[in-house]
Write a protein that binds this ligand. Sequence first.
Ligand code: SDX
Length: 421
Amino acid sequence: MPDTITITDDRTGKTVTVPITDGVFPSSAIRELDPNLYVYDPAYLSTASCRSSITYLDGDNGILRYRGYPIEQLAEHSTYLEVAYLLLNGELPTAEQLSIWVDDITHHTFIHENMRKRFVDGFHYDAHPMGMFVSAIAALGTFYEDAKAIGDPDARHNSIVRLIAKSPTLAAMCYRFSVGLPFNYPDNDLTYPANFLNMMWKIGDYEVHPALERAMDVLFILHADHEQNCGTTAMRVVGSSQADPYSAAAAAASALYGPLHGGANEAVVRMLADIGTIDQVPAFIDSVKAGAGRLMGFGHRVYKNYDPRAAIIKSAAYDVFEVTGKNPLLDIALALEETALSDPYFVDRRLYPNVDFYSGLIYQAMGFPIEMFTVLFAIPRTVGWLAHWDELLNDSDQKISRPRQWYTGEAERDYIAVADR
Ligand code: SDX
């Protein structure tokens, strides 16, 4: 059988045959049949918006690979900055390349004092840290004259380094502001995750615990990229207009903020706290099945199997709890998972734990307030957004994103004076 698809327009008898490559066929086939014919695909359930070689997902088999490397191997052996290099450059770095890359990131962690002393003071005392983070990412671009020079590879590299290096600094700044604590400056003698934890928590002689430093690095690796998710699609759409990467990343972070996307880790912990005790789990599951709400942290557009990241996070949780003490909500989460995975409602809809189901339990055990959870997702996802942005700019197939619509409004009609309405 040929790897082609033939489409016939029964209105005209015209047919077109196009190749199917890796499960994809070009929509130009539709335009060949009728230039005014469009495929109606709300939420892009059946649309491949781009070609990409960065991340591979197999939803049926729960597979996630960054540039071909299984996420399980990267979580076990790599570091976030090494994974960031891999996502951006397509290959694991040599020892020398890694050393130069880490040094580059480490020496770009400071932010302009105007951000620290003036910009952040404009927020209300109880501003949500993710709302502040989104704003700070956009504002960051106003400090660099080469921000808009997206056609210059060196300028693009500068912006990529700045955003990766400064997102933890901005995140910690948002947290420290929200609790009225003085800011900690970056410490260039620390690793990327340790520097973030130090900026978050340092008061007096604070020392970063190595087990928490490693857990943070693994969580950063797991959240770094996930192909064409909502936030990354926003990055690509905004980037397609040749907006600067700081503005595009702010758009991506805004999409991530939603409770159906990166905001789910915060929603999971609120859900677990509302359930309160294990004996309330059956009643909660019944309420979800009755349509009263969703089991947050469950389900995924692509994974119709266990999210491989959830499995790794679940095991990492125990390493963290060794240091911090077990999060009491863990038992409720485990009971929810066990109940849901044996209930036809969830099994029939192929709903499994996703990356957000257990991550919040770790963050909470580490002392992060739940308002910071989505910020913790955004920090590492910054490199995913940037890798896709860079790939977009180098893709000859790409141009400004501008879909069409299915118009269901009124036909032409004449204006009526207000006295006659
Ligand atoms: C992330 O895309 C990515 O890669 C995202 C991400 C990344 O790394 O970037 O992986 C990160 O966003 C993970 C997802 C975090 N969100 C949540 O945990 C929120 C809860 N989950 C959902 O709302 C939902 O599962 C989505 C949004 C994740 C996916 O939604 P879809 O693919 O649009 O599926 P759907 O809403 O059409 O649901 C299909 C059916 C519906 O039931 P029916 O109408 O067929 O009867 O499944 C039901 C839904 O009601 N359903 C759920 C459910 N998720 C879907 N029912 C109860 N609880 C849920 N969590």
